[in-house]
Write a protein that binds this ligand. Structure first.
Ligand code: ADP
Ligand code: MG
Length: 308
């Protein structure tokens, strides 16, 4: 497979803080890859190294097979970058900024630009200094999605958008992906990543804790099972693959390892099933396996984002 992004044992230190601690990330061509972790995990540092804005201390980083520190100018013609907090040239209008960014990149599709201005409901005539945070974000997003580039590096790009615009953003990512573009989307919003990404890397303290397709990650996780039975079921509590079993009369609720689903369903069938639901684990539940207690109090995984 063709890797558009590859880091190998990437290390970045800021004084005594190790922001990236042997980070290995790989994103193939055409993939929409979720880069998931709470604040301070190292997402932006990784992206800044990939952009050639920061020099790594150890290890390797490659974009399209080239070192971004040495080849930043050429690489930037092939990519568009949207950070979470966009700074604009104060004296240029939004439209001028979008066109300038387009020229710095591989060029811009003008029809696409106009369509995006409509969809994001953005007035391009205002000066950079007078836009709100959300509107600065929209300027950067329109410029990125209209650019003729192979790669989108999006670092928490929806932090200033309201939910309606979040939906427009999701459509734009899907369209970019359908056109064969590669997308790296850093986020701490599970629902966004779950809706858009083929593969996900979970970053924890500068290291990739887990990487794979959502389907693979679900396979190694647990499903939530709820059933109403016709007769009491016996022996579920002794099954290794059954967790957090609760029974209330003929109602049964538990989490089941994927590998144990066959067995458990057979046991339920023996008792007779009146009603059954089985939900695959959400990305949030998978994520909590890695972060658990660290995040319990922070509210970071409520799926809505906190705009921080
Ligand atoms: P994320 O984007 O996942 O929130 P960052 O990459 O911004 O995480 O930060 C990773 C770690 O590196 C944090 O501990 C942060 O405080 C530190 N860090 C990031 N940038 C700098 C910097 N310019 N100077 C010092 N420390 C930094
Ligand atoms: Mg960040």
């Amino acid at each position: 497979m063709n890797a558009v992004i590859r880091t190998e044992d990437l290390v970045k230190r800021f004084g005594h803080v190790t922001a990236l601690d042997h980070l290995n990330l790989e994103v193939s061509q055409g993939e929409t890859h979720g880069f998931l972790g709470p604040n301070g995990a190292g997402k932006s540092t990784t992206i800044r190294v990939l952009l050639g804005m920061l020099r790594s201390d150890e290890g390797r980083a490659e974009l399209f097979g080239a070192d971004p520190w040495k080849h930043a100018a050429e690489l930037h013609r092939r990519l568009a970058y949207v950070p979470g907090d966009v700074a604009l040239w104060p004296g240029l209008s939004g439209g001028e900024t979008i066109d300038l960014l387009g020229r710095l990149r591989g060029g811009i599709d003008k029809a696409k630009r106009d369509e995006l201005l409509e969809r994001f409901d953005l007035d391009p005539r205002k000066k950079g200094r007078s836009y709100s945070k959300g509107n600065r974000q929209k300027v950067a997003l329109v410029a990125a999605f209209a650019a003729d580039v192979d790669l989108l590096l999006l670092d928490e790009p929806t932090s200033g958008l309201d939910p309606l615009m979040g939906a427009v953003f999701n459509e734009c990512v899907k369209e970019a992906s359908a056109q064969g573009r590669t997308v790296l989307l850093s986020s701490h919003i599970m629902s966004e990543v779950e809706a858009l990404c083929d593969r996900v890397s979970i970053i924890r303290k500068g290291v990739i804790a887990e990487s794979g397709s959502l389907a693979e990650m679900r396979h190694f996780s647990r499903s939530r099972l709820r059933a109403t039975l016709k007769n009491p079921v016996r022996g579920l509590e002794d099954h290794d693959g059954v967790h957090g079993l609760k029974t209330d009369g003929l109602d049964v609720e538990c989490d089941v390892d994927t590998a144990a689903l066959d067995d458990v369903l057979a046991q339920l069938a023996v008792a007779g099933v009146a009603a059954l639901t089985c939900e695959p684990p959400s990305l949030e539940q998978i994520f909590l396996r890695f972060y658990g207690d660290e995040l319990a109090a922070s509210g970071v995984t409520n799926g809505e984002g906190n705009g921080s």
